[in-house]
Design a protein around this ligand. Structure first.
Ligand code: NDP
Length: 264
């Protein structure tokens, strides 16, 4: 399949690990020029080195920045335009979830989740918008979660913030359609990635290995496909929505949850 993105510029926020990193690999395999960001400089350099090893001739920019810092994101956008040309695909992936019930969630966590899920998308969008506008066939694709439609008590603040993001992206799709910018989201269930690796490190039963630990989670949570998703599976959905193959799709969500969705 030809994704029609050869030579085009794609930006992935939070590309140094997990789903973002898998997305960069797919974009590069399709011949795109890519830029990504993350806060941890060592993780960023390690990711850049791996990508350069795999795609030695590719155009790649790795930039240290926090998506919540509008000024840093603006500098990232300027560097991308200078080094690669105008961005045409923005994939908003940076972030992580907050696991806590109502009783365990302090006000600071509510505020941080709301800020991360909304401004983690708004800051990159504002910074890259002038570039996206020039494309005529640009896309913004957001990594969101099934929690947006199917809230979970043990992630109450993340669920609410995810719903707000979904609401905002639908509106953005209407606001930006006349500028030739499509806005879509993927809704994830549980996907093996950095945040699950970190939870694994803190598991109660340290004798359990990774495979049996994630299989037990899939069983306990009742994921119909009986496993967690792979980062590449989320990345494939992002690649499709970001690419011109989804040229008549905007304001949409694509479920990547192994059948975990129970909403209509
Ligand atoms: P990872 O932890 O593997 O990757 C997260 C990436 O985002 C890292 O590169 C991280 O780098 C970066 N990042 C996090 N916060 C910021 C920030 N403020 N500014 C810039 N970069 C940031 O996790 P996943 O791949 O799982 O997560 C990707 C997205 O998918 C997240 O938004 C997550 O909430 C969402 N998601 C994941 C699910 C899952 O089961 N895996 C389920 C539902 C949603 P660094 O820390 O160095 O900044």
């Amino acid at each position: 399949m030809n994704y029609q993105i050869e030579g085009r510029v794609a930006v992935v926020t939070g590309g140094s690990s997990g789903i973002g990193f898998a997305t960069l690999r797919l974009l590069l395999a399709e011949g795109a020029k890519v830029a990504f960001c993350g806060r941890d400089r060592e993780r960023l350099s390690a990711a850049l080195e791996r990508l350069r090893g795999e795609f030695p001739d590719a155009d790649i920019v790795a930039h240290g920045c926090d998506v919540l810092n509008a000024q840093e994101v603006q500098q990232f956008a300027e560097r991308v335009e200078q080094q690669l040309g105008a961005a045409e695909m923005l994939i908003n992936n940076a972030g992580q979830g907050y696991v806590a019930s109502f009783e365990q969630t302090p006000e600071s966590a509510w505020l941080h989740e709301a800020q991360l899920k909304l401004f983690g998308v708004l800051n990159p969008l504002n910074a890259f918008l002038p570039q996206l506008r020039r494309s005529g066939r640009a896309s913004v694709t957001c990594v969101n979660s099934l929690l947006a439609l199917q809230p979970e008590e043990h992630m109450i603040a993340t669920s609410a913030a995810r719903a707000a993001l979904l609401n905002m992206t639908l509106n953005l799709s209407k606001s930006l359609v006349e500028q030739g910018i499509r806005v879509n989201s993927i809704l994830l269930g549980m996907v093996e990635s950095g945040q699950w690796r970190r939870r694994f490190e803190q598991r109660d039963d340290q004798s359990q290995d990774w495979e049996s630990w994630i299989a037990a989670i899939a069983r306990k949570r009742g994921i119909p496909m009986g496993r967690l998703g792979k980062p590449e599976e989320a990345a494939q959905a992002l690649l499709f929505l970001a690419s011109p193959l989804a040229s008549f799709t905007t304001g949409a969500t694509l479920d990547v949850s192994g059948g975990f969705n129970r909403h209509l």
